[in-house]
Design a protein around this ligand. Structure first.
Ligand code: ZN
Length: 377
C-alpha cells in the first residue's frame, strides 16, 4: 500500500516537476528574448545597417560591382559609447546587410575606449576600396528622442579610398598626404593594416591579437611570434600553467595575453618597466632579454622557465615616406613568416625555481626578477 501510494505520489511529483520545468523554460526564453531585442538594440542595428548600406553605395559610385559578401567590416561598435549608450547592436546591423561573420574574420571588432568615436569601415576585397563612416554624436538622440533615427545627420565624416597594399605602395606620396590629413578620422593606421592583413589571410591568433591591440603593427607581431614560439618550443601540460613576466614591455604584451590567456587579472602576467641603468646591469648573455616565461608542472608543482629575446627580421621593405605604409609592408612580410617563430625568438637562459617558490613572488613590489635569477653583472 505504502509502495503504491508513494509510486502514485512520485508520478504526480514527476508530472508537476515537468510542468514547472517546461513553464520555467518558456519563461526563461521570454526573458532572454526581451533582454536581447530591446529598442536600444533595434536602434543601433539600424545605425549599423545604414552605415553598411552607405558604404556599399559609396563603393558602387566608383564603378565597382559590389556583392555584400565580398566585404570585411571593421568597427569600434560595442566599445565606443555615445551619450553612455551601448552601441554593440550596430555590429549586427553590419552583419545583416554585408553578411560579415566572426568565424571567417570578415567582422572585426576593434578595441576602443568608451569615449572614442563610433566608426565603421568597410573594405571590398576584390576592388581594394575602403570606406570610412563616423557617427555624428549630435545626431544620436537622448531623453525624449532616444530612438529617433536622424538619418540625414547621422554621419559626420565619410570617405572612400582605394587602400589595398599594392595601390598604396604604388602611390605612396599621394597617400602620405592623405593619411596626414586623417582621411579616416585618425583611424587610418588601424583600418589599413587590419583590412590588408585579413585580406592576406591572417590566422585567428593574429586577428585576436590585433583586435585587442587595436591596430596591427610589427610590435604586436613580435608578441604573436613569441606566443607561437612558446606553444611549440616551451609547451605546457594541459593541466599546467604559464606565468609571463615582461622585463621590456612593448606592443607584444597584448598578443601574449590574448593568445596564451595569461592575464594579470588571473595572476598570469606581470610587467616591469626597467630604466636604462637597470638594463645596463643585465649580464651579457641576457642583455637583450624581453620576456621571462615560467611553466608549472601539474604533477610536481615545480616551475621552470626561459628568458626570451626577440630579434626582428630583415623585411626588405623600402621607405614609403609614411609609417602607415612602412608598417603595412613589414606586417605583410611577417605574416608569411609566422610558421617560423624560431627565426626571431631565442632562449637566452633556462632555469628552475626552488621548490615552493612561485613566479608571482618574482613580481612583488621592489623585487627585480633579473636580480633574483642571478642575471645581473
Ligand atoms: Zn602596436
Amino acid at each position: 500500500m505504502f509502495y503504491k501510494t508513494s509510486k502514485v505520489l512520485s508520478l504526480k511529483m514527476m508530472l508537476w516537476t515537468l510542468v514547472v520545468l517546461v513553464s520555467a523554460g518558456f519563461g526563461l526564453a521570454g526573458v532572454a528574448e526581451s533582454c536581447v531585442k530591446t529598442r536600444e538594440y533595434g536602434y543601433w542595428t539600424e545605425v549599423g545597417a545604414l552605415a553598411a548600406g552607405q558604404a556599399l553605395s559609396m563603393i558602387r559610385k566608383k564603378g565597382v560591382a559590389v556583392k555584400a559578401d565580398d566585404c570585411i567590416a571593421l568597427s569600434s561598435a560595442g566599445y565606443a559609447e555615445i551619450k553612455d549608450r551601448d552601441t554593440a547592436g550596430a555590429l549586427d546591423g553590419l552583419a545583416r546587410i554585408l553578411g560579415v561573420k566572426r568565424g571567417n574574420h570578415s567582422l572585426i571588432e576593434v578595441h576602443s575606449a568608451p569615449d572614442t568615436a563610433l566608426w565603421f569601415a568597410v573594405y571590398h576585397l576584390k576592388s581594394g576600396y575602403g570606406t570610412y563612416l563616423q557617427i555624428n554624436p549630435d545626431a544620436v538622440g537622448s531623453g525624449g528622442t532616444l530612438y529617433r533615427l536622424d538619418k540625414k545627420n547621422l554621419f559626420s565624416s565619410k570617405a572612400v579610398e582605394k587602400i589595398n597594399a599594392e595601390h598604396l605602395f604604388a602611390n605612396a606620396s599621394e597617400f602620405a598626404g592623405k593619411f596626414n590629413a586623417k582621411i579616416f578620422g585618425g583611424n587610418e593606421f588601424r583600418i589599413v593594416t587590419i583590412a590588408n592583413a585579413v585580406a592576406a589571410g591572417a590566422p585567428s591568433c593574429a586577428v585576436r591579437a590585433f583586435e585587442f591591440h587595436d591596430h596591427y603593427c610589427p610590435g604586436v607581431t613580435s608578441g604573436i611570434l613569441m606566443a607561437l614560439y612558446i606553444k611549440h618550443y616551451f609547451p605546457k601540460e594541459p593541466a599546467g600553467s604559464y606565468f609571463v613576466q615582461s622585463v621590456q614591455p612593448w606592443c607584444k604584451e597584448d598578443a601574449l595575453m590574448v593568445i596564451l590567456n595569461t592575464t594579470p587579472g588571473k595572476s598570469g602576467y606581470h610587467v616591469s618597466y626597467p630604466t636604462a641603468d637597470d638594463m645596463a646591469s643585465w649580464s651579457d648573455t641576457v642583455k637583450n632579454a624581453s620576456t621571462i616565461v615560467y611553466r608549472k608542472d601539474p604533477v610536481s608543482g615545480l616551475w621552470d622557465g626561459v628568458v626570451l629575446g626577440y630579434q626582428g627580421g630583415t623585411t626588405g621593405c623600402p621607405s614609403y615616406g609614411h609609417s602607415v605604409m612602412d608598417k603595412l609592408c613589414a606586417d605583410l612580410w611577417y605574416l608569411k613568416h609566422l610558421d617560423h617563430p624560431e627565426e626571431f625568438v631565442t632562449v637566452l637562459h633556462e632555469f628552475e625555481l626552488p621548490k615552493g617558490v612561485t613566479p608571482q613572488s618574482y613580481g612583488r613590489p621592489g623585487v627585480d626578477p633579473m636580480v633574483r635569477l642571478g642575471l645581473v653583472k
